[in-house]
Design a protein around this ligand. Structure first.
Ligand code: KG4
Ligand code: ZN
Length: 355
C-alpha cells in the first residue's frame, strides 16, 4: 500500500474512533511546541520551548535564529509532549502541523519534521492555519462550545473579526488595515523602553495608570465598518513621547500605557460585539496572543454581559502560541477534509488574508 493510501485509510479510521489521539506541532514564530490531544478537545500532554530570552537581546524576532533554534529543539519538544501525555509514537493516530502563516524558515522546520514523522509512521498528516488554531484554543477551555460564533482574533501578526459557521468554515468580517493589535503593543512598548515582547510588559505598566489621561481613540476605530487601524494610535503615543523628550518634560508612562491599552481594547471590543449583534450570533470568542490581556478580557466580558452574549476566551496557557490548539483544529480539519498531501508547503500568509 502506498503512503497516500495508508494515510487515507487511517484518516477514515480516525473519524470512526471515539477517542483518537492527535499529535500537534507548532513552529511558526518563536515558540517550538508539541502537544497530544484526544478527540479534539482533551489535552493529554504539552511541551513548549520559548525563544523569547534570545530574541529579547535584539528587541524582536530574528528569523534565522528562530529557524535554527526550532531545528535544535523540535525533537526534544515532541518527545517531552509524548512523555507528558504518557503515550508513545505508536499510540498517535495522526499528526497536525502549523503550515501557515508565519516565518517561512521557522514553519519549514515543523512542516518537514511532521512530514518525516507521518511518512515513517505511515500516519495521516494534516496542515493547520495558525489563526484557526488560535480560534480552536477556545474548544479546549469550553468543551461544549460549537459553531456558529463570532471570534475576535488579536495576535502579534493578525487582528481579524471572523465568523465561524463550522469547525472549518470561516468568513472574514473585519481586519486591521495596518498594524496588528499585538504588533502595536510591541512597538509602543519598545518606544517606552520595555523589553520584547512588549504586550505583557505594557500591561504591567498600565496597571498603575489612568486610562483616561490621554484620549488616543481614532475616528476610524469609532466608525461604522468592521476594519481596525492601530498604527495611528501607535504613532500618537510615539509623538507624545518625542514631544515630551524635546521639551525636557516627563510623561507619566503608566498613564500613557493605560490610555494606549484602553484605546486598543475599546476598538477590539466595540467592533467585535457589534459584529456579533448584527450577525445575530449569541457567542463571541476571543483568540490570539493579545487574548492574554486582562483588561481586554474584562472589557469584553462586561460588554458581552450587557447584550446577553456568551463570552469565551482561552485559558491563559492557551492564549499565546502552543501546539494543543493546533492539534485541536487539526482534529476537525482531518475529520472534515481528510489528510494533507506530503507535498504540503509552508506559506507566509493565512488563508484569511486571501479573503
Ligand atoms: O499569538 P501570539 O503568541 O503569536 C502570534 O501568532 O503572533 O501573539 C503574540 C503577541 C505579541 O505581540 C505579544 O506582545 C502579545 O501577543 N501579547 C499581549 C499580551 N500577551 C501577549 N499583548 C497584550 N497584553 C498581553 N498580556
Ligand atoms: Zn500565534
Amino acid at each position: 500500500m502506498s503512503y497516500r493510501e495508508s494515510a487515507v485509510k487511517k484518516a477514515a479510521e480516525y473519524r470512526e474512533d471515539p477517542a483518537p489521539l492527535m499529535l500537534g506541532i507548532e513552529s511558526s514564530c518563536d515558540e517550538t511546541a508539541a502537544a497530544v490531544v484526544r478527540a479534539g478537545r482533551e489535552v493529554l500532554g504539552t511541551a513548549v520551548h520559548t525563544q523569547i530570552p534570545v530574541h529579547r537581546l535584539y528587541g524582536g524576532v530574528v528569523p534565522e535564529i528562530a529557524s535554527r533554534s526550532h531545528t535544535e529543539r523540535i525533537g526534544s519538544v515532541v518527545r517531552a509532549a509524548l512523555e507528558n501525555a504518557g503515550v508513545t509514537l505508536d499510540d498517535i493516530d495522526a499528526i497536525a502541523v502549523t503550515y501557515r502563516p508565519g516565518l517561512i524558515g521557522a514553519l519549514l522546520v515543523g512542516v518537514s519534521y511532521a512530514k518525516g514523522l507521518a511518512y515513517a509512521l505511515e500516519k495521516p498528516l494534516v496542515g493547520v492555519d495558525h489563526i484557526t488554531g488560535h480560534i480552536a484554543a477556545n474548544y479546549i477551555t469550553y468543551p461544549d462550545l460549537e459553531p456558529p460564533f463570532m471570534c475576535i482574533v488579536a495576535s502579534g501578526g493578525h487582528s481579524h473579526i471572523v465568523r465561524v459557521d463550522g469547525y472549518t468554515d470561516f468568513t472574514l468580517i473585519g481586519r486591521t488595515r495596518d498594524d496588528a493589535a499585538g504588533e502595536a503593543f510591541d512597538k509602543v512598548a519598545r518606544a517606552m523602553g520595555l523589553p520584547y515582547p512588549g504586550g505583557p510588559e505594557l500591561e504591567k505598566l498600565a496597571k498603575g495608570g489612568d486610562p483616561e489621561a490621554f484620549r488616543l481613540h481614532t475616528a476610524f476605530n469609532e466608525g461604522e465598518g468592521f476594519d481596525f487601524s492601530f498604527s495611528g494610535i501607535k504613532t500618537a503615543v510615539v509623538n507624545i513621547l518625542h514631544n515630551a523628550e524635546q521639551k525636557g518634560e516627563q510623561v507619566n508612562r503608566a498613564d500613557l500605557a493605560a490610555s494606549f491599552q484602553r484605546a486598543v481594547t475599546d476598538a477590539l471590543t466595540k467592533k467585535s460585539v457589534r459584529a456579533s449583534r448584527e450577525a445575530g450570533l449569541s457567542t463571541l470568542a476571543l483568540a490570539g496572543g493579545v487574548s492574554a490581556n486582562t483588561a481586554l478580557r474584562e472589557r469584553l466580558q462586561r460588554e458581552c454581559d450587557r447584550y446577553g452574549i456568551r463570552f469565551c476566551r482561552p485559558d491563559m496557557r492557551y492564549c499565546t502560541d502552543n501546539a494543543a490548539m493546533i492539534a485541536c483544529q487539526g482534529h476537525y480539519e482531518l475529520t472534515a477534509h481528510g489528510p494533507s498531501e506530503l507535498s504540503l508547503d509552508p506559506n507566509a500568509a493565512s488563508f484569511l488574508q486571501m479573503m
